[in-house]
Ligand binder design. Structure first.
Ligand code: FAD
Ligand code: N01
Length: 550
């Protein structure tokens, strides 16, 4: 495994704050806390920084928000000095950037790598968290910040016979650091989500033979990725502060030139012209073609049919094209994918598509796998089967509440939070991009900075007002959960069996987990709550930090 566990003596220490996770969220959080003079330690399971971009090293991995936008906005120096090589950067370049930030801000000395947090308990009397790790460390801290990531709990389904396979197995979200050479191999890949859609064209070029096992076809738009033109980067850098501020005022934190009119308000010819234009320019901004694609089924159908038409044009074998054309969910309600020659790959003679909706995988065998209809033999199997998204990394930790329960038990019927930032009965525990916040429906850099800034301001407020303990009230949490459901039900999202709904995992409750009210509306709400003295939060007790400073 990439996160080789080094043995070392267990440690015990006291901090103002423990941060769990050294992805983009944890790194920025550490930087902010240091600047306000708090002592903080980051605990990270991996051997390096970068989170998603440390773990997901599969061939073809890259971002689908343009790099000029998928990057930190908090430091003018940083955003001016960094040069992105491509419009949509590849994983190695994003990881290089995360490492650059860690070095530039001298963050590593406060990060404990190769260490996984396993259990946390709140000590009421001392008003602090005790955090235990898999290596036996015990840390105490007044506050605990979960920067554990929405897509960090990689998941292989519980296939029968999984361990019997004699070849090599890989998960896209835990890819070997040394890379994998598939030359001459017979490869099977399970899944056709964003990761698979990026990996398949690259693996197909290397492998002797690639078989794709598809349960649900996905809508995918060509990325039109290209080397980043210096003139384009200049346009951003000249007005970075202004453009970042504009992005924060959009629904999903991305400047996408949205058309603010309905797909049904224009003629079919005009509609097609607009879709063609967006298809030609590429990327997720296809969904900004009209303002009602996620709200109105009839409008959505026009976009979905346009993309299905493109798939039928690209894929030469009509049967394969039909299997690849999604029909069971509105476009955009499962994470829209972005690709480089994905559908074209199915025209290669060494690539085969198998529908496992009609004939599911029944068993992994010593030589390959067995579906209800046939046996397949492989040298390697790639699991592009996704994540226990949004809740998995949090519920994997034994987080004890003040009412004798755990976070896992509290979330048995779906996650419940107030603003995605805190939960009732878990005082002084903050979540960055937690369930109930816009998170995965947005440019994550925008949401990470929003949450980290809010949490940091909150900690400064508590210190200034000599408050030791903050906790979401049950009433505020209940109201926020209801509001989240209400907003989601105004959209088409709940119609899809997506990981947003927990539907990719058998037995996981079907609840729409992110907040779909928009990054802009969410930002206003969070600001209003803070400005009113943290409405919906109970603030109690004299601050230990303030006392210590006296
Ligand atoms: P992460 O990067 O997931 O970091 C969390 C860290 O916490 C991990 O390193 C993990 O090891 C650590 N951790 C978790 N639990 C524990 C524990 N118990 N103890 C110790 N450490 C722990 N978002 C976009 O906005 N645009 C994109 O284009 C985009 N592309 C993506 C591509 C891929 C392949 C994936 C998987 C996700 C993508 N995302 C994208 C989402 C991406 O996850 C976020 O953009 C962002 O990187 C998340 O940063 P984070 O710090 O919140 O979490
Ligand atoms: O995971 P997924 P992912 N039998 O859950 C299938 C971000 N990301 O790693 O749809 C057969 O989307 C499953 O089928 P179904 C982005 O937010 C971004 O690809 O559940 N198949 C699905 O096809 C993304 O959404 C980029 O029916 C099984 C696939 O496995 C998120 O990360 C790139 C199965 C899993 O797809 C997750 O993406 C990569 C089973 N038992 C990731 N179980 C960018 O481009 C699961 N599947 C920015």
């Amino acid at each position: 495994m990439p996160d080789a566990t080094h043995s070392r003596p267990a440690t015990t220490a006291q901090y103002d704050v423990i941060i769990i996770g050294a992805g983009f969220a944890g790194l920025y959080q550490l930087h902010r806390l240091r600047a306000m003079g708090m002592t903080a330690k980051v605990i990270e399971a991996g051997s390096g920084v970068g989170g998603t971009w440390y773990w997901n090293r599969y061939p073809g991995a890259r971002c689908d928000v343009e790099s000029m936008q998928y990057s930190y906005a908090f430091s003018e120096e940083l955003q001016q000095e960094w040069q992105w090589p491509e419009l949509f950067s590849a994983q190695p370049d994003i990881l290089k950037y995360a490492n650059h930030v860690a070095d530039r801000l001298d963050l590593r000395r406060d990060i404990l790598f190769d260490t996984r947090v396993s259990e946390t308990r709140f000590d009421e009397a001392a008003s602090q968290w005790t955090v235990r790790t898999d290596l036996g460390d015990v840390f105490n801290a007044g506050f605990m910040i979960m920067a554990t990531g929405c897509l960090s709990a990689a998941r292989v389904p519980d296939f029968k016979g999984l361990s019997s396979f004699k070849g090599k197995t890989y998960h896209t979200g835990a890819w070997p650091h040394e890379g994998v050479d598939f030359t001459g191999s017979r490869v099977g890949i399970i899944g056709t989500g964003s990761s698979a859609i990026q990996a398949i064209p690259v693996i197909a070029e290397q492998a002797a033979d690639l078989t794709v096992f598809q349960r649900t076809p996905n809508f995918s738009i060509p990325s039109r990725n290209a080397p980043l033109e210096q003139s384009y980067a200049r346009q951003w850098k000249d007005k970075y502060a202004e453009l970042r501020a504009q992005a924060r005022n959009t629904r999903n934190g991305v400047l996408a030139n949205p058309n603010d009119f309905s797909a049904l308000s224009v003629s079919p010819e005009e509609r097609k012209r607009i879709y063609e234009e967006r298809w030609a320019s590429g990327g997720t901004t296809f969904m900004a073609s009209f303002n009602d694609l996620i709200f109105n089924q009839e409008a959505n159908d026009t976009a979905a049919e346009f993309v299905r038409g493109k798939i039928r044009e690209i894929v030469k074998d009509p049967k394969t094209a039909e299997l690849l054309a999604p029909k069971d969910h509105p476009i955009g309600t499962k994470r829209i994918c972005v690709d480089t020659r994905y559908f074209e790959t199915y025209n290669r003679p060494n690539v085969h598509l198998v529908d496992v909706r009609s004939a599911p995988i029944e068993e992994i065998t010593p030589t390959g796998l067995h579906t209800r209809e046939a046996d397949y033999e492989f040298d390697a199997i790639v699991f592009a089967t996704g994540f226990d998204a949004m809740t998995g990394a949090l519920t994997a930790i034994d987080i004890h509440s003040t009412d004798g329960s755990t976070l896992k038990a509290k979330w048995e019927d779906g996650p419940r939070t107030y603003l995605g930032l805190m939960c009732a009965h878990f005082p002084n525990m903050f979540m960055v991009t937690g369930p109930g916040s816009p998170s995965v429906l947005s440019n994550m850099h925008v949401s990470i900075e929003q949450d980290v800034n809010w949490i940091t301001d909150c900690l400064a407020y508590l210190r200034n007002h000599r408050v030791a303990r903050i906790e979401a009230t049950q009433e505020a949490e209940d109201n926020w959960v209801l509001h989240g459901i209400e907003v989601a039900n105004k959209t088409l999202y709940p119609k899809a069996a997506s990981w947003y709904m927990g539907a990719n995992i058998e037995g996981k409750p079907r609840v729409f987990m992110p907040y779909i009210g928009g990054v802009n509306a969410y930002k206003e709400k969070c600001a209003e709550i803070a400005a009113n003295g943290y409405t919906g939060y109970r603030l109690t007790g004299p601050s230990r930090v303030a006392q210590a400073a006296e």
